[in-house]
Design a protein around this ligand. Structure first.
Ligand SMILES: [Fe+2]
Ligand SMILES: [Fe+2]
Length: 168
């Protein structure tokens, strides 16, 4: 068991390096806020009523994530960034949703790495907060995949991630 190194521990982790990585995460959260604010309002047509309402909820949850991540960066002694990752736009509804799904996939990949990275330097409470965010990102991923009619995305959330969907 000790043989296999988790992906997150390939790089020597330090508080500074973790703060840098969290700043990347924060840029992705800003990107998500902007995308969901805009897409939730411009997605029109009967076919998209449900998903547009879901995207509004996502926008609010992404703001919560941004607040949590920036608090963690400050706690690690660094300044939170103020720049979002680029937001792609499209006039095509399916393409918009596809962009969102790509972004959520990327976000999930990163947070999955972040958890062992936090734990590698003994920041267990921080890891726990990222786990909570990750569960919501997985919900976002499922919402988008469902709207796009994509079967069985790699949610990897287990029973807990699934159960969280019964809230709404
Ligand atoms: Fe988020
Ligand atoms: Fe998300």
């Amino acid at each position: 068991m000790a043989k296999r190194k988790p992906a997150g521990r390939d790089v020597e982790m330090s508080r500074d390096r973790l703060a840098e990585l969290l700043n990347e995460d924060l840029s992705r959260e800003y990107q998500a806020i902007i995308a969901y604010v805009v897409y939730s309002q411009v997605l029109t047509g009967a076919a998209y009523t449900d998903i547009a309402a879901q995207l509004e909820l996502h926008a609010k949850q992404e703001l919560d994530h941004a607040l949590i991540i920036s608090r963690q960066i400050d706690y690690l002694g660094k300044m939170p960034v103020v720049t979002p990752k680029p937001v792609r736009t499209s006039k095509d509804a399916k393409e918009m949703l596809r962009f969102d799904l790509d972004n959520e996939n990327e976000t999930i990949r990163n947070y999955r790495e972040r958890i062992p990275q936090c734990e590698a330097i003994g920041e267990y409470a921080l890891a726990e907060q990222i786990r909570q965010i990750l569960m919501q990102e997985q919900d976002h991923q499922i919402d988008l995949a469902t709207a796009l009619g994509i079967e069985g995305p790699d949610v990897g959330g287990g029973p807990q991630g699934r159960a969280s969907r019964t809230r709404r």
